[in-house]
Write a protein that binds this ligand. Structure first.
Ligand SMILES: O=C(O)CCC(=O)C(=O)O
Ligand SMILES: [Fe+2]
Length: 471
């Protein structure tokens, strides 16, 4: 290796760490200068940037007094403010030295902070702006028009403020959910598979920008999983083999200002504390602010696929506010990433507070196939293993599905198990979560009335790529 190659190798990961998120009103900090093609935050030389940004564990948090006028933190919340590194994603993941270093840096950042920030590409910035405009247009429609966007087979469509329930309490978020858009002739829809059906789009002005943005995030999700495989030192494909025809879905969100709610929920609470279900959640938020997360902690072990993590620690200390940084996505981890990695990477508990202004956000969930049955990864991290499946992931109790679906009426004696010695069935976990969050929705009522839930234990619903045999 010559000197130039050596320098390039050392520097490569650096090119992916740009700027820092600051907790100032809606300011983007992308005033990074460029050294030999690398974006370096102002005030850092290449060397300093490497040492400071990636190699030296630095607390990325800054404590602020509750009423710091400089932050966008919603009133009434006590939290420290996150200042996150912004990673820059490669156009393609090839397995280069830089990709491997980036994968390690991402995994380390998640293990330390529970959340990472990645720079949007110019194209993604455009797609997010379009999606945001479509979202504003949709949520401004009269209630009756929005409420008509419901489907009885899929959970896609409109969720009014106060309709979603987290830990038994109404959320104030107003949502348009987008799950895999399958028409009525599709075999899985004809076979009445739980949660499978069309997306009740209000119009093409909503459908097209949302679909374009989702597709772009799908590509981003796959790249991130490939990088995580390098970071964990597991075989390429260990994660991405589960996402063929992944059950990716999206929540387009609007939060009312805290003084203009319908009184169905808890004052100031947008969404209660929870973890999300799958592998990755890639999110964008406008400049208003409202997201809080908890960092991974030895003392806090959640295993949401076995016992609901909803509402946990909601009013405790130890939350971190994630201020909006324009031009970035944040990425947190879901339950299935935790299960697959035996708690080496843990699902990130988060919640949303209402601010003084309405807030728009977009959460894209990069998921395994609905039919995937997941098993913890073997090996990893240079042969040291990923950790123990201690508290939760190894306990293959058959009581799990009834506890996951807690408040719902799903737990009959014939309930399909979400986890057993075979692993965790993602489709059952997803269905349990949606039944629990939307106990009164037409989709839940139909699922129960038609006994669709019991299909979740059938072999075809637990075999990736299998299609139903139709008459
Ligand atoms: O509003 C946000 O930033 C996050 C929303 C969220 O947690 C969710 O939709 O599950
Ligand atoms: Fe969430």
């Amino acid at each position: 290796m010559n000197a130039m190659e050596l320098i390039t190798r050392i520097r490569l990961p650096l090119s992916r760490a740009v700027g820092t998120g600051r907790a100032r009103m809606g300011t983007a900090t992308h005033a990074a200068s460029s050294v030999a093609g690398m974006a370096i935050p102002p005030g850092f030389s290449a060397k300093e940037a490497k040492l400071t940004r990636l190699d030296t564990p630095q607390p990325p948090w800054r404590p602020v007094p509750a009423a710091d006028p400089g932050t966008t933190m919603p009133p009434g919340f006590k939290a420290q403010v996150a200042q996150l590194i912004t990673f820059e994603m490669p156009e393609r993941v090839t397995g280069s030295t830089g990709d491997r270093a980036l994968g390690k840096a991402l995994v380390n950042a998640w293990r330390r902070d529970g959340i990472i920030q990645i720079a949007m590409s110019a194209e993604q910035r455009r797609l997010w702006e379009e999606a945001k405009a479509a979202s504003r247009r949709f949520f401004r429609k009269p209630h009756a028009e929005k409420a008509a966007c419901v489907d009885s087979q899929s959970y896609s469509g409109y969720i009014a403020s106060g309709e979603e329930v987290t830990d038994g309490i109404a959320d104030y978020s107003e949502i348009f959910t987008i799950t895999k858009d399958l028409d009525m002739a599709e075999p899985r829809v004809r076979a009445k598979w739980p949660c499978h059906g069309p997306c009740p789009w209000p119009d093409v002005e909503m459908k097209e920008p949302m679909t374009r943005y989702n597709e772009s995030l799908g590509t981003e999700g796959e790249k991130l999983l490939q990088l995580v495989e390098f970071g964990l030192e597991v075989a390429p494909g260990s994660l991405t083999r589960h996402t063929r025809d992944g059950w990716h879905h999206t929540r387009v969100l609007r939060f009312p200002p805290r003084n203009a709610t319908n009184g169905k929920g808890k004052e100031g609470r947008g969404i209660g504390s929870h973890t999300d279900y799958g592998l990755l959640v890639i999110s964008a938020q406008d400049e208003v602010g409202g997201l809080f997360i908890r960092r991974p902690s030895q003392d806090e072990k959640f295993a949401n696929w076995e016992r609901s993590a909803a509402g946990l620690k909601e009013d405790d200390d130890g939350w971190f506010y994630v201020p909006p940084v324009a031009g970035t996505h944040t990425v947190i981890l879901g339950d299935m990433m935790q299960y697959l990695t035996r708690n080496y990477l843990t699902a990130t508990p988060h919640k949303v507070g209402l601010n003084t202004r309405e807030r728009f956000a977009f959460a894209y969930f990069h998921e395994p196939s609905f039919q995937a049955v997941l098993k913890p990864l073997e090996g990893g991290c240079g042969g040291n293993g990923l950790g123990s499946s201690s508290s939760s992931s190894s306990s293959s109790s058959s009581s799990s599905s009834s506890s996951s679906s807690s408040s719902s009426s799903s737990s009959s004696s014939s309930s399909p198990s979400v986890s057993d010695t075979e692993g965790v069935h993602y489709g059952t976990h997803f269905t349990n979560m949606f039944i629990r969050n939307y106990p009164d929705r037409i989709t839940t009522r139909r699922l129960m009335a038609e006994n669709r839930y019991s299909l979740l234990s059938s072999p075809e619903l637990r075999t990736m790529g299998a299609l139903p045999a139709l008459p």
